[in-house]
Design a protein around this ligand. Structure first.
Ligand SMILES: Cc1ncc(COP(=O)(O)O)c(C=O)c1O
Length: 374
C-alpha cells in the first residue's frame, strides 16, 4: 500500500505555486508602513492585561511527520477574546475615535466584530455590528455582551457588509472594517498593523531566529498580509510562505493562479467561518500577490478531528484550545507530508522548521463543546 493510501483523509484539495513570486521588503513596508506597525505594537502592548500569547512546540506532531520543529502561535490566549482579531479592530477603534464620541460599525463573521465591540466598550462609545444569517447566535450573543447592538442581515457576509455601509452612511457611523476597497484603506491598514504584534512576539520568543516555512490562513487575506509585513519588519530571513484556505473559499489561491484578484460566489459556507470569503481585500492583495510562495486549499473534513486532537494533547505536551480557524495549518502541513509530490515542491523535509498560527480558541463555545463530547 502506498503512503498516501494509508492516509486517505489527509488531502490537499488544490495546490498552486506562485509564478510571480518576488519578495520585496521595501515594497511591502511601503504598503503597510513600519511607522504604523511600530505605533500599533507600542499602543497594544501598553493595554491592561496585555500578555504575549504562547508559542507552543508541537513536538509529538513533529516526530510523527519527521520534521525538525513545528511551532504553533496560540491565539486562543489573546486577551479574553480568544482570537488574534482582538488586536486589529479594537486598536483601529482607539486610533480613529480620539476624544470624539463617535459610533462605530462593522460587518463580521464573529471575531472581528467582537474586537470592534470590545474597543468601543473600552472607550465608552456606541457600536453597531452587522452579521449574516450564517453567524451563530452564540457569536452574536457574545458581541451583545460587550454592549454592541447586533443587526442580523439575510444572506451571506457580503450582504451584511452592504447593509453596514448603507446604514452607516445614513447614520454617520464610522465603519471599522477589516476589508479594504477604493478610498477605504487607512482603517484596514490600522487593523493589519494591530495583527503585526504577533510577529514581534514570535521574534522575541524564538530569539530572533527565523523559520523555513510559515502557513497562513486566509479569509480576506488581512491576517496573512499583516504577518508577511511583520516578517518584513522584524526578520532578516524570510521563510517560504504558504497560504491555506477552505476549498469552498479559495479566493487567494484563485487570484494567485490568475495573477489578478478574482471574485467568486461561495456556493457552500465552510465550517471555518472566519475564512469563508469570496474575495481578497485590496490592501492585502497588493502584498500577497508577489510575496506568497504557494497556496493550498483543504476541505472541512478533518477540522473537528483536529480540534479534538489538539485538546487531547495528540500534537503537543500541552492541551491546546483551538476553534475551527485554528486547524488549517495543521491540516495543510500533515496533508502535504502525506503527498510526496507537493512536499517536494514546497521543500519540506527533515530540516524544516515550521510556523503555524492557531488563530482562535473556542470562540463558539457551543460548537466546541459539541465537538468535544463526540
Ligand atoms: C477567526 C478568523 N477569522 C478570520 C480569519 C481570516 O483572516 P483574514 O480575513 O484577515 O484573512 C482567520 C484566519 O484564519 C480566523 O482565524
Amino acid at each position: 500500500m502506498s503512503f498516501l493510501k494509508e492516509h486517505p483523509e489527509w488531502i490537499i484539495s488544490s495546490f498552486v505555486k506562485n509564478s510571480n513570486f518576488k519578495f520585496k521588503k521595501k515594497k511591502i513596508l511601503n504598503i503597510l508602513p513600519q511607522a504604523l506597525i511600530d505605533d500599533a505594537v507600542k499602543s497594544i502592548s501598553s493595554w491592561e492585561n496585555y500578555k504575549t500569547t504562547p508559542l507552543i512546540k508541537l513536538n509529538k506532531l513533529r516526530k510523527k511527520l519527521s520534521l525538525k520543529e513545528i511551532y504553533y502561535k496560540d491565539e486562543s490566549k489573546r486577551f479574553h477574546l480568544k482570537s488574534f482579531k482582538a488586536l486589529g479592530g479594537a486598536y483601529a477603534v482607539k486610533k480613529i475615535s480620539g476624544k470624539n464620541k463617535i459610533t462605530v460599525s462593522t460587518a463580521t463573521a464573529g471575531n472581528h466584530g467582537k474586537s470592534v465591540a470590545w474597543g468601543a466598550k473600552r472607550l465608552g462609545i456606541k457600536c453597531v455590528i452587522f452579521v449574516s444569517e450564517h453567524v451563530s447566535e452564540y457569536r452574536a450573543k457574545s458581541i451583545r455582551k460587550l454592549g454592541a447592538k447586533v443587526i442580523r442581515v439575510k444572506g451571506d457576509y457580503n450582504n451584511s457588509l452592504k447593509e453596514c455601509i448603507k446604514q452607516s452612511k445614513k447614520n454617520n457611523w464610522k465603519i471599522v472594517q477589516d476589508v479594504s476597497w477604493k478610498n477605504y484603506e487607512y482603517i484596514p491598514k490600522l487593523i493589519m498593523a494591530g495583527y503585526c504584534i504577533m510577529i514581534k512576539e514570535i521574534f522575541i520568543q524564538n530569539k530572533k531566529k527565523s523559520f523555513s516555512h510559515v502557513f497562513l490562513q486566509a479569509g480576506v487575506g488581512g491576517m496573512a498580509a499583516a504577518v508577511i509585513a511583520g516578517f518584513a519588519r522584524y526578520f532578516k530571513k524570510i521563510p517560504k510562505i504558504i497560504i491555506v484556505e477552505p476549498d469552498k473559499a479559495e479566493s487567494v489561491l484563485k487570484s494567485i493562479r490568475n495573477n489578478k484578484s478574482v471574485k467568486f460566489k461561495i456556493s457552500q459556507e465552510s465550517i471555518m467561518g472566519g475564512m469563508s470569503c469570496g474575495e481578497v481585500s485590496q490592501v492585502p492583495w497588493k502584498i500577497l500577490k508577489s510575496s506568497v510562495n504557494f497556496c493550498v486549499s483543504i476541505s472541512d473534513y478533518m477540522v473537528k478531528s483536529v480540534i479534538f486532537s489538539m485538546a487531547k494533547k495528540d500534537f503537543s505536551d500541552v492541551k491546546i484550545e483551538g476553534g475551527e480557524c485554528a486547524t488549517p495549518g495543521i491540516i495543510a502541513l500533515k496533508s502535504i507530508c502525506f503527498n510526496k509530490d507537493i512536499k517536494k515542491k514546497i521543500g519540506i523535509n527533515k530540516n524544516s522548521k515550521i510556523l503555524l498560527f492557531g488563530c482562535e480558541g473556542a470562540t463558539d463555545a457551543k460548537m466546541y463543546n459539541k465537538i468535544m463530547k463526540k
